[in-house]
Structures are given as C-alpha cells and as structure tokens.
Design a protein around this ligand. Structure first.
Ligand SMILES: C[S@@+](CC[C@H](N)C(=O)[O-])C[C@H]1O[C@@H](n2cnc3c(N)ncnc32)[C@H](O)[C@@H]1O
Length: 286
C-alpha cells in the first residue's frame, strides 16, 4: 500500500529527531537538560507496565508514522501508553501539534515531563498519569498506540466511536479484522498501521438530484470502512469510506455508476458519475 515519505522534509525531520535525542541537548536558564533527565531516571526496555511492558517506538519509524497520519499544528494527538513520551514530544517539536500522553507508570510520567521541559515543548505537551482504558481522549484528532494486539482490539470500539476522520496509528500490531487504510513496512524496525475512523453510512438511502438526474435508492451495509449493498435495480454495490469520504460503484443500464461524496450525520452529499456525465445528489435515509 502507498505511503508518504522520502521527502526533504522527512530527512530534515529525522535529522531534528537525532538532535532531539542527543544527550547534549541544552535547556535554557538552568532548566534540566535531556541528559539531566536521563541521569535521574533511565527506563529499561521490557520493564513492567500495567498491561504492556515498556519499549520505545523505533526512531526510524516515529517520524514516518507521524507523517503517515499527516500530523499538523492544529492536531491534538494522544499517545495511549506514552512511556518516555517520545511520540507526544516529537509530535509537538517536529509537527507543532498539541499532544497528550496517557501513562500508568508514575516514574515514566515524571521522566516524560522532564524530557518535554528539556525539549521546551511542555507548553504543548501534557502527560497524564492514569489507565488508558479510563482516560478521556474523545477530543483527539490523532491517536497513537504501541500496545499489544489484544489491547488494540479492546480499544477498537472506542476508536470506532470517535469523530469520523480521526486518524489512528499503531506501531507493531494491527487491530484484529479492522483492515488498515495504510501500512508502513520497515524491514528490521517493524510495521506501522494507519486507520481513519469511518463515518456511519449504513442504511437505506434515497439519492435525490439537486438539478437534473433520476432518483435512485441504495441499501448499504458497512463493516468498518468497507461498504457493500444493493441498488434498487438489484445490482450489487461496493465501496469504502475514508473518514467521512465515501466512494461507491454499481452497475446501471450496462454501465458503471460511481458515487463520490461526503457522509454527514443525516445526509450524503455526492457527485454521481455515469460515463462522461456528472450530477450532484443529496442522499437521505429512508
Ligand atoms: C510498548 S510501550 C510504548 C511507549 C510509547 N507509546 C512509545 O511508543 O514509545 C507501552 C506503554 O504503555 C504503558 N501502559 C501499559 N498499560 C497501560 C495502561 N493500562 N494505561 C496506561 N499506560 C499503560 C506502559 O507502561 C508502557 O510505557
């Protein structure tokens, strides 16, 4: 599957990340440096965590994962089980995002706070000590996970209930039978998986032309982001969602009708293409 990387921005971000992890990082005005934080406390790979042990996301994957999720300065990113805070700190430092880490282990929370201050992003990065299963992350636009397959699956209903278009990135482990929208493979440093929370397009829809065109009906069933169904003419319909963006196709009078649109809470605003003709439609639930 496709993914975005290899740009100059990517190289620059990796270089910045290397600086960010260099022990010599300076903090102003007598504040503690990264080296001070590491002298005070050094987490050990494989050390106890509530449901998952601590291990950091590999540096080589971190920037690529945040790029895959298209993290921007207007994002609010939550890392569930944030460990030493490297994902929220990188999201703020390299992409300008606001970020929150939820971490159960108090020492890791304090260490992450120390590192965020050393990296001078503590105005945009918060670490909350608590259980990720009890934390409120409903205002996230991006959620990152490096947990375990069964923990990802346990979180899945909460992720699917988030605002359509919320981006989810998981390092190393997928999420059961919810197929990722993109996969990032790195030989040696594991894989990362990316999902967009799909809108709800399930139901029996009537599509009304806004000017010229014929009314038509579609019955849609949905499994995660995948759509299957039947048109009123009996043709099977298939398509998918990417967040609130919908694409569908079905056969009509021996040709293909393509529906591309946006799913809103109570309607679908769509363009329907039949051969060289396009027409605007509004879909409403019957
Ligand atoms: C594999 S580490 C990932 C750390 C960080 N997200 C990263 O990618 O570098 C998993 C982290 O989740 C934390 N953790 C495990 N169970 C948790 C829970 N129920 N609530 C909050 N944090 C938890 C562990 O303490 C550990 O720091």
């Amino acid at each position: 599957m496709a993914h975005r990387h290899g740009s100059f921005a990517f190289a620059a971000a990796v270089a910045t990340l290397a600086l960010l992890t260099a022990a010599a990082a300076q903090a102003p005005g007598g504040a503690r440096t990264r080296a001070d934080c590491e002298r005070e406390y050094t987490p050990r790979r494989g050390q106890e965590g509530k449901d998952v042990v601590w291990a950091p996301t590999e540096d080589s994957m971190l920037v690529r994962m945040l790029e895959m999720a298209n993290v921007r300065s207007d994002d609010k990113l939550y890392d569930l089980g944030s460990g030493d805070g490297k994902i929220p700190i990188a999201a703020a430092k390299l992409f300008g995002a606001t970020a929150v880490g939820i971490e159960y282990e108090r020492e890791l929370v304090e260490h992450a706070r120390c590192l965020a201050a050393a990296e001078r992003v503590d105005d945009r990065v918060t670490f909350v000590q608590g259980d990720l299963f009890e934390a409120d992350f409903s205002d996230a636009t991006v959620v990152t996970l490096y947990l375990l397959p069964e923990i990802n699956v346990k979180l899945r209903p909460r992720l699917l209930a988030m605002k359509p278009g919320t981006r989810v990135v998981a390092y190393s482990f997928a999420m059961g039978d919810w197929e990722p929208d993109e996969t990032l493979d790195s030989f040696g440093d594991g894989s990362a998986f990316y999902w967009l929370v799909p809108a709800n397009a399930r139901g029996r829809w009537t599509f009304w032309p806004t000017s010229a065109g014929e009314v038509f009906d579609l019955d849609l069933d949905q499994r995660y982001q995948m759509l299957h169904g039947t048109a009123a003419n009996g043709a099977s319909v298939s398509g998918r969602l990417r967040g609130d963006r919908l694409e569908l196709a079905f056969a009509e009078n021996g040709a293909r009708a393509l529906v591309a649109g946006t799913v809103e809470p109570e309607r679908i605003v769509a363009t329907v293409t039949r051969g060289a003709t396009t027409a605007e439609y509004i879909g409403t639930r019957r």
